[in-house]
Design a binder for this molecule. Structure first.
Ligand code: MN
Length: 418
């Protein structure tokens, strides 16, 4: 069953296979920054365990300097999940977020250092608007701070240091080449290109990543990461374009939760890699066990209280339901007519094998199939006789249940139950 190509040995700043894509899950950090979401340590630990089952390469476990609780949560995740080594050598790197200050970095390191693969990711804004109004620093000061703080992190003994250019999408490209070049020299193993405000267009973001890959001094000694937000609904598209441009660490969250409109969603990004990899993406792949997706999605939904919209790709309640008659007819004949992914591939369990949901748009074929599954064998005339009562009921009720069907059948249609 377990057919992943093993990404081990894990080398912080290099991935031997050029097609392998690392997945960093930031549900516990950026995801928890969603308005209205808050997780306790026990829930975070459970989610982290589930993320390890999913096989994410890096778990961004939190922001230790932000609160005592977060520090504690990151520490226990590092101690437990960060040391649970699987038979094939897999163990997720445990990462903590921190601003470019000594206190933040020290606190992050103190929390993650227990893990087998401890990592910290430090960030500072690089856009004109953020440097001027928020940081009140000059470009030179920002470069100097980034360089010194990466050096400081390495000096503590951390060998895996990510440097994130916050608001990179609105930053000057030449400035990004320069600051990334400097932090790589100082020991950064990953450079993160954040579209913090979700403003980028996919082609633009892909070109930005490619330009960073082409123009940053020393970039061959670091991994480029994407970090995209969903303010225009483009987080997933931007992330995929980023991967095409050369990003090999994709930062995502379960159900796409995160600040404001959220982050790129893990399930979408991973399944796009799986579905489009060979035709369009040149064979990019991750090691995610996609069959764990649905369980993880449900756990995050329950613990955060952030409900998944029914039409959400891959994990929404309706993602594998078919209501209209034409679609149901196709599904009953051959599932490939209307499904590009088997629900089992994402661990989705649907009550009905064919995903047939009986409603006002359903046809005779779907109705007959469900009745047969319930044990009724009816002649065409009997189906015809009850079809319009079924339609009328569906108009009123939206969804017709098995109990409703039973009532319809016993209301006048003769039956042979077996
Ligand atoms: Mn973010």
């Amino acid at each position: 069953m377990n057919s992943f190509l093993s990404p081990t040995p894990y080398i912080p700043n290099r991935i031997p296979d050029p097609l392998y894509v690392r997945i960093l899950d930031t549900t516990l950090r950026d995801g928890e920054q969603s308005a209205g979401a808050s997780l306790n340590s026990k829930q975070k630990l459970e989610i982290a365990r589930q993320l390890a089952k999913l096989g994410v390469d890096v778990i961004d476990a939190g922001f230790p300097a932000s609160s005592k609780d977060d520090f504690h949560a990151v520490k226990i995740i590092a101690q437990e999940v960060g040391n649970a080594v699987a038979d094939d050598g897999y163990v997720p790197a445990i990462s903590a977020a921190c601003r470019c200050t000594e206190n933040d970095i020290r606190s992050a390191w103190e929390a993650v250092k227990y893990a087998k693969r401890p990592r910290i990711q430090t960030f500072i804004a690089t856009s004109g608007i953020h440097m001027k109004y928020k940081l009140k620093k000059t470009k030179e000061e920002v470069i100097e701070t980034g360089r010194r703080m990466v050096e400081f992190a390495r000096s503590l003994g951390c060998e895996d240091v990510g440097f994130c250019a916050e608001d990179a999408a609105r930053s000057k490209r030449e400035f990004l080449y320069e600051i990334f070049g400097e932090v790589i020299k100082a020991g950064a193993t990953t450079v993160i290109v954040a579209d913090t405000v979700g403003i980028s267009m996919p082609s633009e973001y892909g070109k930005l990543i490619a330009a960073i890959k082409a123009n940053t001094p020393g970039i061959q000694n670091a991994i480029i990461a994407s970090h995209c937000h969903n303010d225009l609904g483009l987080a997933t598209a931007n992330t995929i374009e980023g991967a095409c441009g050369g990003a090999r660490q994709l930062e995502v969250t379960i159900n796409g939760i995160g600040e404001r409109a959220g982050n790129a969603s893990l399930e979408e990004v991973v399944m796009i890699l799986k579905c489009g990899a060979y035709h369009v993406l040149g064979g990019l792949y991750s090691r995610i066990n996609t069959r764990q997706i649905f369980t993880t999605s449900k756990m995050v939904e329950e613990y955060t209280g952030l409900h998944v919209q029914p039409n959400k790709a891959l994990v929404g309640a309706n993602a594998f339901s078919h209501e209209s008659g034409i679609h149901q007819d196709g599904m009953l004949k051959y599932k490939g007519t209307y499904e590009i992914i088997c629900p089992e591939d994402v661990g989705f369990e649907r009550a009905d094998e064919d995903g047939i949901v009986l409603g006002k748009l359903s046809g005779r074929h779907g109705l007959r199939k469900r009745l047969e599954e319930m044990g009724y064998e009816l002649e065409d005339e009997q189906i015809d006789a009850m079809f319009w009562s079924f339609k009328a009921l569906a108009e009123r009720k939206k969804r017709v249940s098995d109990a409703d069907l039973k009532a319809l059948v016993s209301n006048g249609v003769s039956q042979t139950k077996h």
